[in-house]
Design a protein around this ligand. Structure first.
Ligand code: SF4
Length: 312
């Protein structure tokens, strides 16, 4: 039962509180008007972005997506609320039908997700993302090719869906691992899964996807934004990146004072002060890390910024 203090917290209507505190987050539900959003800017190589949730329980200190919160209170409270798009699967089915009627042999290119993590902890219970994968696979029943899909996540919950993932002919999984040092991760993104858990998820996907039953996905590790990695961890971290076929690096989104502009949250700016040894000479820290990647990761594709986020 919703308590009064939460009523009206979310100004987007109609919204209902479905659960107080799943981890740190209050969970709201809403019916979405549409699900596939035209992709622009950084991910303009895609036709659409797809976000099953609004808000994100991980609440990373640097997350640019906070700028797209429904109101300023929720922007400040990033990480402590999530809105489920309850009717997501139904809407997606309609939108895919519409696309394929016009483009029967041209699958849409979909980036999931741009402003949330589709495998945040809530997903283990609500299975919204799983229901969307199911809808995307169902198009084959009508003779259409499945969408080209990129899944951006930092969550090992993705391994739950290996049965579906291997049925996509064109799938890239972008696992976000912005640092090789656990202490740095805990500073910048204390609610997120450990580095080890993320690497292990990739390992499990590679081990369990059966080429005889389906298709092998491409795997990227996105070090975006590139956070400091302690000298003592660097070589071992880069060695572990060999599990991917692509590694992407990128620095922070520049900060803007205006809302609705993708920019690094001020929470991260405070944490950066603790890592002056890296950020006082940020460009050379970036260049040094990049040259170490190039030296150590022979045979792995290394890309920077926007170039790294395409499917191909
Ligand atoms: S997991 Fe991604 S969307 Fe979620 S808070 Fe972190 S950076 Fe933002």
């Amino acid at each position: 039962m919703a308590k009064l203090r939460y009523q009206g917290y979310c100004e987007c209507e109609p919204t209902k509180l479905v659960r107080e505190k799943f981890g740190n987050a209050n969970v709201y539900a809403q019916n979405a008007q549409s699900l596939l959003t035209k992709a622009t800017g950084f991910i303009s190589a895609y036709d659409f972005t797809l976000n099953p949730y609004r808000g994100c329980q991980y609440g990373c200190s640097y997350c640019y997506a906070a700028a797209f919160s429904p109101n300023s209170k929720m922007q400040q409270d990033w990480g402590n609320w999530v809105i489920l798009k309850e009717n997501a699967a139904t809407i997606l089915a309609k939108e895919l039908q519409k696309w394929y009627k016009k483009n029967p042999q041209q699958p849409p290119r979909i980036y999931m997700s741009s402003v949330t993590d589709p495998y945040q902890p809530l997903e283990s219970q609500y299975q919204l993302t799983r229901s969307l994968l199911e809808m995307m696979l169902d198009v084959r029943n009508d003779g259409y090719p499945t969408p080209t899909l990129v899944i951006q996540t930092r969550s090992p919950i993705i391994t739950r869906d290996i049965d579906y993932l291997q049925r996509f002919q064109r799938l890239r999984i972008n696992m976000s691992i912005p640092t090789g040092s656990e202490s740095v991760r805990r500073d910048f993104e204390p609610r997120s899964p450990s580095i080890k858990a993320r690497l292990n998820a990739i390992y499990l996907i590679k081990k369990n996807i059966d080429a005889f039953k389906g298709y092998i996905p491409k795997i990227s590790i996105t070090i975006t934004p590139l956070l400091p990695t302690l000298d003592t961890d660097e070589i071992a971290f880069i060695e572990q990146l060999k599990i991917a076929d692509r590694v992407v690096i990128q620095d922070f989104h520049p900060s803007h004072n205006r809302s609705l502009i993708a920019s690094t949250r001020s929470a991260a700016d405070k944490i950066k002060q603790k890592y002056a040894w890296w950020y006082d000479c940020e460009q050379s820290s970036y260049a040094k890390f990049k040259s170490q990647l190039l030296a150590q990761l022979v045979g792995v594709e290394i890309k920077e910024g926007k170039d790294g986020f395409g499917y191909e």
